[in-house]
Every structure is written in C-alpha cells, then in structure tokens.
Design a protein around this ligand. Structure first.
Ligand code: DX5
Ligand code: ZN
Length: 221
C-alpha cells in the first residue's frame, strides 16, 4: 500500500487560534486532522472534547477528523463524537468494558472504527474484531503527551500488525502515533505503517508546508 496519510495532531497546535491552525495545516498538505481526547483518568492529561470537534466543523473544516479517545469509559464519548462530526474514532481496548459493542456503536454512527494499542499492550484483542475495524492505531509513545521520543521497539510491533492485517485480507489502515518526524517516518513506513500522526514535528515548526513536504519526500524514497 502506498497511499500514505499524514495526520497532524492538533495537540501541539496553538489552541488559542485552533481554527486557523487547522486551516493552515490542511492548506500545507495534511490529509486529515488527528484529534487527541484525554480525560485525566485513563491518561494523566486533560485536553479537548466533542464541543471543539463540533466547533471545527462549524468553522468549515471538511477534512477527515480522526478522533483518538484516551478516555475511560469510552461509550458516552463515542456517542458525543459521532454527533460532533468525527470521521473516525479509535479507542484503547482497556478503556472499554465491551470492545465489540463499542466498535459497533462507532460503525452504526457512520464513522470508521479502530483500536489503539499502547507500546506494551499485545495485539491479542485484534483477532476477533478484524471484520469490524477500519484502522489499527499503534502508539509509539505512552499516551498522554505530545513531544515524546519514538520508542524503537514499536518497529517490530508495526511489522507484527502489518502481517496480521495482510493475513486477514481486510482493508485496514495501520496508523502510528507518537514521536514521528521527518527523520524516522521512512523507517516507520518501511515497517508497514501507512498513516502517520505527527504533532510536535509539524506544529513545532513555522513552515508546516515544508515539514509535510519533507515527510512526503521521505515516504517516496
Ligand atoms: C499522545 C497523542 C499523540 C501526540 C503525538 O498521547 O496520542 O497524538 O499528540 O504528538 P507527537 O507527534 O509530538 O509525539
Ligand atoms: Zn493520538
């Protein structure tokens, strides 16, 4: 698969100017917006919720909004983000009492669905839901904060997930989140990822177009 998706995480954007930031990063060539939802319970940080997703839709954002739920429990937030205009919703299996039911809620709401795996969480929960998911999100940092370093052991896990997806025969995207930059994106793609979340590497620079352009050049190598 070589249709790569670059998804800037707005966690590292300037929240005081969020609409402008999202417009700017999309104009710079981003494919979708990664939206990190943290609850100070499942992860030790507190960020943004469905109201902000809805506000971005009202602002005129038509690009896909990829909602990464780092909240426990997940089901109420799934309902709210469906109403708020999410395009895809992913959650951590540990945060759901009934993984299959939560996935089905997302699908019934017309969104793409996926599971998220922390660096040390095995991929076991994937096996029985392959037919229900559109994406697998592998964390390459421990969830909770932007700007952390990529954990190298994730590369083996990306290869493992790629093999499982290919063997399943389903059309499932493999997204990687955390510590991705121009420097390692090619290696992450070579391991089997096709969708790349990057927060600080993009929003930490002045010229978003240059960073995204460099990332695409790295992916084309
Ligand atoms: C971490 C979030 C990530 C994070 C990525 O819990 O899920 O999406 O914002 O940020 P960087 O690219 O700075 O590691
Ligand atoms: Zn994320």
């Amino acid at each position: 698969m070589n249709d790569f998706i670059i998804a800037p995480s707005i966690l590292s954007a300037d929240f005081a100017r969020l609409g402008e930031e999202v417009d700017k990063v999309l104009e710079a060539g981003a494919d979708m917006i990664h939206f990190d939802v943290m609850d100070n319970h499942y992860v030790p940080n507190l960020t943004i919720g469905p109201m902000v997703c809805k506000a971005l839709r009202h602002h005129g954002v038509t690009a896909d909004i990829d909602v990464h739920l780092m909240v426990k429990p997940v089901d109420r937030m799934i309902e709210e983000f469906i109403k708020a205009g999410a395009s895809s919703i992913t959650f951590h299996p540990q945060a759901s009492e009934h993984i299959d039911r939560s996935l089905q809620m997302i699908k019934d709401g017309g969104c793409k669905a996926g599971l998220v795996f922390n660096p040390a969480t095995p991929l076991n929960d994937l096996k029985h839901v392959m037919d229900k998911i559109d994406m697998v999100l592998l964390m390459s940092v421990n969830p909770g904060f932007g700007g952390q370093s990529f954990i190298p052991s994730t590369l083996d896990k990306i290869r493992e997930a790629r093999a499982l997806i290919d063997a399943s025969g389903y059309n499932i995207r493999l997204e990687v989140d955390g510590g991705i930059s121009e420097k390692n994106i090619a290696e992450v793609a070579q391991a089997g990822a096709d969708t790349f979340v990057a927060g600080s590497a993009i929003f930490g620079k002045d010229d978003y177009q240059a960073v995204i352009g460099n990332m695409r050049a790295e992916l084309a190598r």
